[in-house]
Design a protein around this ligand. Structure first.
Ligand code: SF4
Ligand code: SF4
Length: 348
C-alpha cells in the first residue's frame, strides 16, 4: 500500500485510512480480525473517536504489541480544557498507549464551539499541554461546516482537517482542498461512501484518490470490506469516461436527497435536530442498532415526529433538499428499526 504525507504533520500514512465507527457493531473477535487484516494489507492509519462506543477499546486491544505499526488518530467532543483533558486520558487508556499521533476536535460545526475551543479555558489549551507532555503529537479539526473548516485551515492552529468528501458531497474540491494543500494542512476525507449512500466502492474510492492530498478513511467493519478496498487500490486509479458518466448519473440520483449535515437549515422552531434526524438511515448503517435506538439518534427521530411541515428549514438548505419528505422517510425507517425489520447495509 502506498504511503502519503499527511500535510505538515509529516506523518506518513497509508493511502487509505481505517474509519473506526462500524467496528462497534460486530463481535469482539470480528473487530480484531478486521483490524489485523487491515494491518496485513498495509493500512497504517486508524481513526477513531472518544465518542464511538467500544471502537477505541477494540482498536487498542487489536493493536496491543504492535503500536509501532500504526498511526492512531482519535477525537474529543469536549470543548473546554478540563473535559478535553479527561477525554484524552480515557482515550489513551482505551487505546492502550501513552501517545496518540493525531488528536482532533470532533464535529466543530458552529462558531460558538470553535470560539470556545480556542478561547481561554478552551479545549485547545488541553491539546497544547498534551503536546508538551508528548501524549499527543499533532492537533486536528473535524467539521461538517464549510465556513468552520475554511477558517480552521486558514488559522494555522490545526495540522489536519477532516471533512466529508465523496463525489456527491464534493464541495470541498472547490476551495477547501486547495486551501489545505496551500497551507500544508493534511486533509482526511470522511465518508467516501457518503454514509452508505454510494454502494459502488470502486467508483467512490477511485474518485477520492484523484486528489493527491486527500486521505479517505472509510468506515470498515468486515474483512471483505478491507480486502475489497485494498484490491481497488492495487488496480488502476484512473477514472474512465464510462465511470465519469456513471458518477454523473449517481450524482443526479442521490445528490438531491443527500444531507451533508452542514446545519444551515437549523434552528427549527420545533427544536428538531434536523441534521441527526435526516441521517437515521445513514447512522444505522454504521452504529450498533441499540445505540441508534437508545441514544441521541433515536431521540432526534422521536422528536422529528413533531415536525409541523412549516418548510423554514427547506428555505435555508443550500442543496434544496426536500427535508420534510426525508424526515418522514427517516422516521419510517426508525420505526422499522425498532421492530427489527429495517434493512441495514455495512459501509460508510
Ligand atoms: S438538510 Fe440541507 S442544510 Fe440541513 S444539514 Fe442537510 S444539507 Fe445541510
Ligand atoms: S418543516 Fe419541520 S423540521 Fe423543518 S423547520 Fe419546520 S418544523 Fe422544523
Amino acid at each position: 500500500m502506498q504511503t502519503v504525507r499527511l500535510g505538515r504533520t509529516e506523518l506518513g500514512v497509508s493511502r487509505i485510512g481505517f474509519g473506526g465507527i462500524p467496528i462497534q457493531r460486530v463481535s469482539e473477535t470480528e473487530a480484531e480480525q478486521v483490524i489485523h487484516r487491515a494491518i496485513e494489507l498495509g493500512v497504517t492509519f486508524f481513526d477513531t473517536a472518544n465518542g464511538y462506543g467500544t471502537s477505541e477499546e477494540r482498536i487498542g486491544r487489536a493493536i496491543a504489541g504492535r503500536r509501532q505499526d500504526v498511526i492512531l488518530a482519535t477525537k474529543t467532543m469536549a470543548r473546554d480544557r478540563a473535559e478535553a483533558a479527561k477525554h484524552l486520558e480515557l482515550s489513551l487508556r482505551r487505546l492502550q498507549t501513552d501517545m496518540v499521533d493525531l488528536w482532533q476536535f470532533h464535529a466543530v460545526n458552529n462558531e460558538d464551539d470553535y470560539a470556545t475551543i480556542l478561547g481561554p479555558g478552551g479545549a485547545m489549551e488541553a491539546a497544547e499541554q498534551a503536546l508538551r507532555d508528548a501524549t499527543i503529537r499533532h492537533i486536528g479539526l473535524t467539521s461538517h461546516s464549510m465556513e468552520i473548516a475554511m477558517k480552521g485551515v486558514a488559522s494555522g492552529r490545526f495540522e489536519t482537517i477532516q471533512f466529508p468528501f465523496n463525489y456527491v458531497t464534493s464541495e470541498a474540491a472547490d476551495q477547501l482542498i486547495p486551501l489545505a494543500a496551500e497551507k500544508d494542512v493534511g486533509f482526511i476525507g470522511m465518508k467516501p461512501f457518503a454514509g452508505g449512500m454510494l454502494s459502488d466502492a470502486r467508483l467512490s474510492i477511485k474518485y477520492v484518490l484523484q486528489y493527491e492530498n486527500v486521505v479517505p478513511d472509510p468506515g470498515i467493519e468486515s474483512v471483505a470490506d478491507i480486502e475489497g478496498i485494498s484490491k481497488i487500490l492495487d488496480d488502476s486509479w484512473e477514472i474512465t469516461a464510462t465511470e465519469l458518466e456513471e458518477i454523473e448519473e449517481i450524482r443526479k440520483e442521490v445528490g438531491n436527497r443527500f444531507c451533508r449535515r452542514c446545519g444551515y437549515c437549523m434552528p427549527c422552531p420545533q427544536e428538531i435536530r434536523i441534521t441527526t434526524a435526516l441521517n437515521v438511515i445513514s447512522f444505522a448503517r454504521r452504529f450498533p442498532r441499540q445505540q441508534v435506538l437508545d441514544g441521541s439518534i433515536g431521540r432526534a427521530a422521536e422528536k422529528a415526529k413533531e415536525c409541523e411541515k412549516c418548510g423554514i428549514c427547506e428555505s435555508r438548505c443550500p442543496y434544496m433538499l426536500p427535508i420534510r419528505e426525508m424526515l418522514v422517510e427517516n422516521i419510517e425507517y426508525y420505526e422499522a428499526l425498532k421492530q427489527d425489520e429495517a434493512k441495514v447495509g455495512p459501509i460508510d
